[in-house]
Every structure is written in structure tokens, then in C-alpha cells.
Ligand binder design. Sequence first.
Ligand code: 9WN
Length: 455
Amino acid sequence: MVKQVVPSVGPGENPTVESAPRDRAALVALARATLDGNWEHDHTVPSRTLYPHQWSWDSAFIAIGWAHARPERVWSELTSLFDAQWRDGRVPHIVFNPAVSDAAYFPGPGFWATGSVDAAPPTATSGLVQPPVHALAAWHAYRRAPSDQARAALARLYPRLVAQQHYLASHRDVGGAGLVSIVHPWESGLDNSPAWDDPMAAVPAEAAVLRAYRRRDIVHAAAAHRPTDLDYARYVAIVTAYRAAGYRDGDLAHRHPFLVECPLFNAALGAAEHALAGIAGEIGADPGPHRERAARITAAVVDRLYDPTTGTFHPRDLRTGRLTAARTVLGLTPLILPDLPARQVEAVLVEARSARFGLATAMPRPLPSHDRTAVDFEPQRYWRGPSWMNINWLVRQGLLGHGHAALAAGLGASMVQLAAVAGCHEYFHPDTGAGLGSPAFSWTAALLLDILAED
Ligand code: 9WN
């Protein structure tokens, strides 16, 4: 009998791996049970404890998992998220569940105060966005579980996905070169990545500001595995600035403290146009404009964010005009662009296969979130070292798309092995494989189901 003990990761504890590897059937059962346990009437919470609302890019990844477990929920998941789309087209990064108390998550709906914002929906939401991986997820999930009902749901979602792209391209091209600027590290999804250290250092804030608030995350996870109080003080300061301007995007260049072109966010933007071209073809719309936009985005990602001296992609800080120096896993993610030129594909593969990330046809652990050889690599702290399933899944998709099936297989096997031992955690120690953060995390479960379905 296979043991299904989840490693203990309470605050202040040092997590250890306790279980023998699960076999495939046990892992599928665990992943399905994790998703079922986090299902909440029309969407899936990322985690019952840490994240008791709906998150934008989580729902996209989760929808992919539902295609394997309960296909009708793919469309519930995505539709409930897009029901909270703002009138300007932005898809909010959090949709708050009104049945959950304001104090259950910080910052809760009272902090965001979107009720008085013209473009916001009646439902309480945040005012930020997250990487636009939804078209890619909808198209992937549809092809995993096609049906007449699924095609009809896809057709209903299509104009909303197009509006999401339009918002990003028209309101967020602060640099004027065809790329989106994120206005907060939370928009990257990799909140405390070393990629943001330079632009964040320029945001005035003091950790003492946090005395006015109560962080809920460190009630449920070890503080040493989460962003610091100073990070949170800056997160609050940046939202406060954006909120004070009614979450409007005009004139951001002259007033906003954090403006960065992120390689993952913009790669997702381009991949979304490729996916929309596929969706358009399926539902009888015109794929042509999507293909044209996709080509322009890929060219801009290469032109603006690729550094030939490092051979990888970096975020561009619009406040300084420079690329940030850290070599994080963000640099590998433009692989998800099917039309990434061969020169950049080869360079990113060299980076991925180096000691920094350890990609191989047989690899003991998935990719870490940060360069293992960097002095600021922190194997337990959130996006500063630990391995995350969603980023590994995206890179794996990129490898498959560029014809590197053996590397994709090596990466996929390392992901499955990790969860077979540690369970469906939020993130994992990149060396020991111990589970960190939430022990029942939805996108980990969802993306595992997707990989297992290919075997
Ligand atoms: C802030 C929900 C989200 C993910 C992000 C991850 C984390 C939130 C937080 O959790 O961010 O948005 O409170 O730390 O960084 O990628 O979408 O799972």
C-alpha cells in the first residue's frame, strides 16, 4: 500500500519529505481529490487556507486540469473569472468571494476598494492583472476534451479573451514598443522574484508600514518561505499609488513607481494570440489578425528583452530603461512562443541546460525559479529558488513546441516524481524536493493531471 503522507510545512517548521513515491493511479487520485477539495460552486480556490478566493492565472492552469477530471468545469472556471472582467477589458488578478470574510486574505476587498471605480464590475476584485495565459489554457483544455458544448463555451469566451488582449495592448504599452508593462510584481505572478529587486529597491517604503495591517499568509505558511515585510510594504505602496489614480493607466510613465516589461507576461501575450488564432479557426472567426499580432509581439520580445551577452531574456525596467541583471526562470519562458527564432531558442536551451537550471533528459528535480548558482538563490523562499509546477509546465510546453521531446520528457518525469513523493504542494525545495507553502494547491494538481494524461 502506498503511503500518502504529506510533508509537514507549518510556520517555522523545517519541512521534510516523509512518504514513499505514489504510483500513477495514486497520484491521479490525489490530484483529483485536491481539485475537488478546492472547488467552490463555480471556480476553484488555489488553496483553502492561503488563497480562499479566485485568482486569474491560477484559474487558467486549473481549467487545464479540469479537462481531465470534470470537463464541464473547464468552462465554469474560465467563465466565472471572465464574468468579473472590467469594462476596459482587464481581467482582475483576484475575484473576491463575497461569502468569505475580508480578513481571510490580505489585502482583501476593502483594501482594493473597487466598488467606487467606474470600469469595475459589481463583484469585488483587485485592480491588477496577471499573465494572460487564459487563451492558451482555453485552447489547450478544449483540445484535451472537445465536445459541442465545449465549442459553444469557447465561442462565448472568445470575444472576452480578445478584449483582455486589447486592454493589455492599448492601455499597458507604456514603453510604446508593442510590449505590456506590469505595474506591480503581483502582476508577474512571480511576486518576489529576484527579477524585481532593482525596480523594487526604488519604491519608497518602510517595513513599519505593515504595523497598520495584518498579513494572513504567515499564519498559514512559514515566514521564511514567503516574501518579507519590506516586500509587502512595497506591494502595499504600489497598490496605494495605483488605487489613488482609480486604477487608470493614462500617464503611468510619469507617476507610477513600478513599470517593467516582463518576459513571461509578454511571452504569454504572444502565445495568447497564437492560441486565439487556433480558437478563431475552430469557431469560424478570422485567425489572420491574431497571427499578425503574434508575429509583432514575438519580434518585440526578442528586440526589447533578449540580451545577447547573457543569452537569455530579462525584464526591462522602464524607470531606468535597462534590463535587470538577475538570471531567473522568467528568462526561459519565451520558449512558449512558437515563432521564437532559432537563435533565441538555442540560446535559451543553453541557459536552461546549464548548472543554473539543470534541464536534462534525466534530471533529479524540475527547474528552480532562480539561478541555482546566484548568491541570492534562496531554496525555500517562494519565487527566489523553489520549483513551481506552472512555470515548469510552461517551459515543458515550449520544449515540445520547438521539437525537444526528450528534454520535455525529462522535465515532465522530474515533475511527476516530485509530486509522487511530496504531494500537491504549492512549491517545492529545489534540492530536497520537500513540499513548501500550501499542501493542497490547485494548479500543481491540475498540471500534473495534464502531464500524466500524456503518458
Ligand atoms: C498575490 C494564488 C497566487 C498566485 C501567485 C502567487 C501568490 C498572491 C499572494 O498566490 O500570489 O497575488 O498572496 O502571495 O505568487 O502567482 O497566482 O495562487
